[in-house]
Design a protein around this ligand. Structure first.
Ligand code: ATP
Length: 533
């Protein structure tokens, strides 16, 4: 991993970047403890020792999360005249999940190590093994490049060098065998492969593996007080199906013409067995999904449009483009004709944060079949009726939250001490400005209070007169507050204050009467959204 690419000390693109010297694991640990210390994220029901892979958002976390959600929501519904909103219930008719394929197919192949009693996703163990083989192949290539210099032909070397070919063939063999095992349902094939490759449990170091079993990720509960088996309900594992079943309701009442989209944000639940990496993979999380309905045959054009539009949304926050990459799916789900992940370089490597999928007419067809109701669009211009094709954009709000914090967390050496600052985009910052009277007397708190009362209808503000001004600045830096407004002994006579910028720590005098306009132009969601059009 090239760390310089993710955290350059200077970038033409963004002031919101982390320093190059911070080690990756260190950065992640620091972000996790910072989240706890500054009221962003707490373990769920912590006084009972927490609940694995479930988290609560604290006073600053909830504001940041709301701002991220609002940024997504407005970019979809406010900036596109043809995207309409929806808020479907978490519970849906059980047939929904039969139709969508989740009852039969939404599972992961799991394997247990008998010595450590740890459970793993069998496909992930194999993918990690493939990564090791890929690294070995790359090492051979790099050695050869150093040996041959300018005349080195990498493509040729990869095709002909026996050792590299052996590694690449082994990677292919794993892909093929895993596919055969999953498609045929014969999971012994996957277990045999794990044994054949000599994969050991990272905890016990042993190869004492159980059989591989499929484990459905959906949580179920009962509709009524009496358990009958017939009325079991599922907590939705994705928000998308609420959009599909409401497709005609929204289209007709909104008089929407194809192409148009339906956007929704909301909780989803997955029984993730291998929950790792903090809020990256949770059992209860939030998705922000948009299904774009279009005419069959035009879907790949829309897919290309949304692929670039979604990356633009991410980059408008000022993140270094080198920290993002597309990962095109080579193996497509049976219903998709194109799919890509937008990946971000987290401190633990590149990981998916958003998926864009061209899902054809699969979902609407299945719901037609299972409900017996027509889900067709009538085109009044051509007098034809058809099942639209769908391009989906699906992003996890919690993963986006983690991405934002990893990207914003910065430590700087200032006057022999370390200043921790969250360089959040101002429109995302939980608190837009702190109003800080220099002293608790001589009328300064009263002026501060007047400014606060005047501006609180427009902005989320913080007011505090405790501790030294330096300590108060540091606390605001740590939660990413872009501006500190200091009321001092000149404020009464001159009707002005000192304005301190979070990132540069630069200070200047500003008239109290100008504060509203200044904060508006610097911190509003509108200025962020303007970057998208
Ligand atoms: P992964 O491969 O990481 O399990 P996925 O491909 O199953 O993700 P999708 O079903 O495409 O994910 O869901 C869309 C988005 O929802 C993901 O890109 C991710 O941001 C988010 N997401 C999915 N599962 C979780 C989870 N358990 N916790 C937090 N966010 C999640």
């Amino acid at each position: 991993m090239n760390q310089d690419r993710i955290y350059p000390s200077e970038s033409a693109h963004s002031p919101y970047l982390c320093p190059p010297e911070m080690q990756n694991e260190d950065l992640f640990k620091k972000v996790v403890s910072h989240c706890k210390e500054y009221g962003f994220v707490f373990p769920s029901s912590e006084i009972y020792d927490g609940l694995a892979a479930v988290y609560d958002y604290g006073q600053n976390g909830v504001e940041l999360r709301n701002n991220l959600r609002q940024y997504w929501w407005k970019s979809m519904t406010q900036l596109h005249t043809n995207i309409l909103g929806l808020d479907a219930a978490i519970f849906m008719h059980p047939k929904t999940w039969k139709a969508s394929g989740h009852v039969d197919g939404f599972s992961d192949p799991m394997i247990d190590n008998k010595d450590s009693k740890k459970r793993y996703r069998a496909d992930v163990l194999l993918e990690e093994h493939q990564e090791k083989l890929r690294a070995k192949a790359d090492k051979e290539v790099e050695k050869a490049r150093a040996r041959f210099g300018d005349s080195f032909d990498e493509a040729m070397y990869r095709q002909t060098n026996p050792r590299v070919v052996e590694y690449l063939n082994a990677i292919d063999h794993i892909d093929q065998t895993l596919k055969t095992g999953l498609e045929s349902g014969n999971l012994d094939i996957i277990r045999d492969l794990i044994l054949e490759l000599g994969i050991v449990c990272p905890v016990s170091g042993s190869k004492n593996w159980t059989d591989v079993r499929q484990f459905n990720l959906m949580y179920s509960t009962q509709m009524s007080a009496v358990e009958s088996g017939e009325d079991s309900l599922y907590l939705r594992p994705e928000t998308a199906q609420g959009i599909f079943v409401n497709f005609l309701n929204v289209q007709k009442t909104g008089r929407a013409k194809i192409p148009f989209g339906i956007a929704q944000t909301g909780k989803a639940f997955r029984n993730e067995i291998v929950a790792r990496q903090f809020i990256m993979r949770m059992k209860e999380f939030e998705q922000m999904e948009m299904q774009f309905f279009c005419k069959p045959g035009t879907e790949l054009e829309w897919y290309a449009y949304w692929k670039q539009a979604r990356l633009k949304w991410h980059l408008a926050l000022g993140t270094n483009p080198a920290a993002y990459r597309y990962h095109d799916h080579v193996k497509l789900a049976h219903y998709a004709n194109a799919a890509v992940d937008i990946e971000f370089e987290f401190p633990f490597g590149f990981k998916e944060v958003e998926g864009i999928h061209s899902r054809t007419d699969f979902d609407l067809n299945r719901h037609e079949e299972f409900s017996g109701k027509k889900l067709r669009y009538f085109d009044s211009e051509t007098n034809e009726s058809y099942v639209p094709y769908v391009v989906e954009t699906s992003i996890g709000l919690d993963r986006m939250f983690l991405l934002t914090l990893c990207n914003a967390y910065t430590e700087e050496q200032v006057d022999n001490e370390v200043r921790t600052v969250l360089k959040l985009h101002p429109a995302l910052a939980p608190v837009k400005a702190a109003i800080l009277p220099l002293a608790k007397k001589d009328g300064l708190p009263e002026i501060a209070e007047k400014i606060y009362n005047d501006l609180r209808f427009d902005f989320n503000l913080y007011i505090e007169d405790k501790d030294s001004i330096g300590k108060r600045y540091r606390r605001m830096d740590a939660i990413g507050t872009p501006f500190c407004i200091t009321v001092d002994y000149d404020s009464a006579a001159n009707e002005d204050v000192t304005l301190r910028y979070r990132d540069t720590m630069e200070q200047k005098r500003v008239k109290i009467a100008e504060l509203r306009d200044m904060l508006q132009s610097e911190t509003s969601m509108a200025s962020l959204l303007r970057g998208l059009v």
